[in-house]
Design a protein around this ligand. Structure first.
Ligand SMILES: Nc1ncnc2c1ncn2[C@@H]1O[C@H](COP(=O)(O)OP(=O)(O)OP(=O)(O)O)[C@@H](O)[C@H]1O
Length: 567
């Protein structure tokens, strides 16, 4: 939320996106089963289907699971059944997904009445258990492998219609989708280009789980005699054949049971692995160098902080893009405890990259180096415990609305960092939050903690986020254009309170803005960045009296004075 930090590691190795171990295990297992599906029929087909006189043999070295009543090798039959089981399951799953997702997304291109009618009918179908629905369809279509597949595939559609309709709902209202539709882009193209790519990841997770359920349902139909028929066999058919002699020859059901479990496990592991990979909390744990770009020593002799008490001491900070472009060019500065330092500069001058480097959040695909980078007593060029950095460096972002989860009450989300990183109890964190909210002049602070984000104005949310970031008693508060989204009249008022509250808890503030006027009103010192370089460092007095030397700063100052004059 408002205060966060991610692992900082000095790593020289190339950055690679690593797959989650659960996903790798699932893919390997599924690859093994697929290889078995391809190779088992030619290798073991003869032993699995040839009738012999060796009826009902017990397991032995020659027949690992024994033989059935027609003398066929049970181990070979379990392996050979993999192909038909996987083919039928994949077909039924594909049917459910393709039909379900097509209907669930296309209805958003249809008139509202049609959409409501389709969703209403679908809701009734969803309420009907899919296996019962499949049994009804299978009974109508007749027994057989492909009718059963069709039945299971169709029965699985309503769930996918509902899921994809729900997933598409927030996407179709986004501006780029509305614009595409207004420009007359055909509905199917809008779905293919804008809607489906945005729901692909969660959908893949569901498809993997659906595969396991579909296999169980298909096996169920074969088991009750409505699915695969003699002489073909899948896992369900093998279980059904073994049931009659389960007490006298239990080894008959071992092969298909184990294969069912392994196939279901592979699908579920892939689903869980995909879910874990798409969850940033678990994803960050599986990456060798964290989700941020690289931050490492420059290679020049290490520089100790000029003032050991300084909250920030940066020397020679450089940030390069993946293409090798130097975006920040050797910036150096200090921030004393309780000091408010403003960083100003035009758009693209490197303000955010500089500030984010201080929080250990170098963007992906960039590479940051420094001769020294000390923040709140941590040497960021060496590994720093993420919890310590999250506690000591607080970040306040520009857009308060998108920083909040609309479904959670403010009290829960605003105390999350304090509870997680400081180990504060729920009650203590809430009391501290109420105190910070009160100090930031938010009316009825107790009641606010029970409200949802939509019940507060943008200005209040921004102050609430700042209050939360001050809960951890951070030593540095980084406010990156934190109030730009607010009305000009509220901006200065909010900032004054931020500075006052930060000072009262002894925190330094790094205040980033385009607006020299606002910076001049707030900061003790100002650092002017121009095209990635720190071109001037000024005291608030020097700025006030117009004692600036760089022509770029002079232009900024003139622009600020012009804006103030016309306000
Ligand atoms: N991850 C990245 N990969 C490549 N270039 C980047 C990346 N992040 C930022 N840049 C580039 O680095 C330069 C500085 O970006 P930065 O966000 O620090 O600017 P800024 O001064 O904060 O601008 P603004 O006020 O518009 O946010 C810009 O040219 C930007 O396009």
């Amino acid at each position: 939320m408002s205060s966060l930090a991610l692992p900082v590691e000095a790593s020289d190795g190339p950055r690679r996106r690593r797959l989650h171990p659960i996903l790798v295990t699932g893919i390997l297992l599924m690859a093994l089963l697929t290889a078995l599906a391809v190779l088992a029929p030619p290798l073991f087909g003869h032993a699995a289907t040839t009738l012999t006189s060796d009826s009902r043999l017990a397991p032995s070295a020659q027949h690992l699971l024994g033989t059935d009543e027609f003398g066929r090798d049970l181990f070979a039959r379990a392996l050979v059944a993999t192909r038909l089981t996987l083919v039928l399951t994949a077909t039924a799953t594909a049917l459910s997904v393709v039909i379900g997702v097509s209907v669930g997304t296309t209805i958003w291109m249809a008139p509202e009445r049609v959409r409501r009618a389709v969703l209403g009918v679908n809701a009734v179908a969803v309420a009907f258990p899919s296996l019962v629905l499949a049994l009804v369809i299978a009974a109508v279509l007749g027994a057989g492998a492909w009718p059963a597949t069709l039945a299971i595939g169709i029965a699985g559609c309503p769930a996918f219609v509902r899921l994809s309709a729900n997933m598409a709902a927030p996407i179709v209202t986004r501006d780029y989708v509305s614009t595409a539709r207004r420009l007359g882009v055909p509905g199917p193209l809008v779905i293919l280009r804008h809607v489906l790519p945005n729901m692909a990841e969660p959908m893949l997770v569901l498809v993997a789980s659906c595969f396991a359920v579909t296999m169980m349902e298909l096996s169920g139909l074969s088991f009750v005699g409505l699915g695969v028929q003699e002489p073909d066999f899948d896992f369900g058919k093998l279980l059904s054949d073994g049931l009659v002699s389960i007490y006298t020859q239990p080894s008959q059901v071992v092969g298909p049971s184990v294969m069912l479990v392994l196939t279901g496990l592979a699908a579920m592991l892939i689903g869980d692995g995909l879910a874990a990979s798409s969850n940033p909390r678990t994803r960050s744990r599986t990456r060798s160098s964290g989700p941020t770009g690289r931050l490492r020593p420059s290679g020049r002799p290490a520089v100790p902080p000029a003032d050991p008490e300084a909250t920030v001491s940066v020397r020679g900070l450089r940030v390069h893009s993946a293409a090798g472009v130097e975006l920040v060019k050797g910036v150096s500065f200090d921030v004393a405890p309780g000091e408010v330092l403003g960083i100003v500069g035009e758009s693209g001058s490197g303000k955010s990259l500089t500030a984010m480097s201080l929080a250990g959040l170098v963007p992906e695909s960039t590479d940051a180096t420094a001769d020294a980078l000390w923040v709140a007593g941590h040497d960021l060029l060496a590994p720093v415990p993420p919890a310590a950095l999250a506690r000591d460096v607080a970040l306040v972002y520009q857009d308060p609305v998108s920083s909040f989860n609309p479904a959670l009450r403010l009290g829960t989300q605003l105390t999350e960092v304090a509870r997680t990183h400081l180990g504060m109890s729920r009650g203590a964190a809430r009391r501290a939050l109420v105190d910070r909210l009160r100090r930031l002049k938010i009316t009825e602070p107790e009641r606010r903690t029970h409200q949802h984000p939509h019940e507060l104005s943008g200005g209040m949310l921004q102050r609430a986020m700042i209050a939360s970031s001050l809960l951890t008693e951070a030593r540095l508060l980084i406010a990156d254009e934190a109030t730009s989204a607010l009305d000009v009249t509220v901006q200065v008022e909010v900032l004054r309170r931020v500075v006052a509250v930060s000072r009262s808890v002894g925190a330094s503030v790094l205040f980033i803005s385009h607006d020299l006027g606002v910076v001049r009103a707030m900061c003790d010192r100002v650092l002017v960045l121009y095209r990635g370089e720190a071109v001037e460092e000024l005291s608030a007095d020097a700025l006030e009296q117009g004692r600036v030397s760089h022509r770029y700063t002079r232009r900024l100052l003139e622009a600020a004075e012009y804006v103030e004059a016309i306000r």
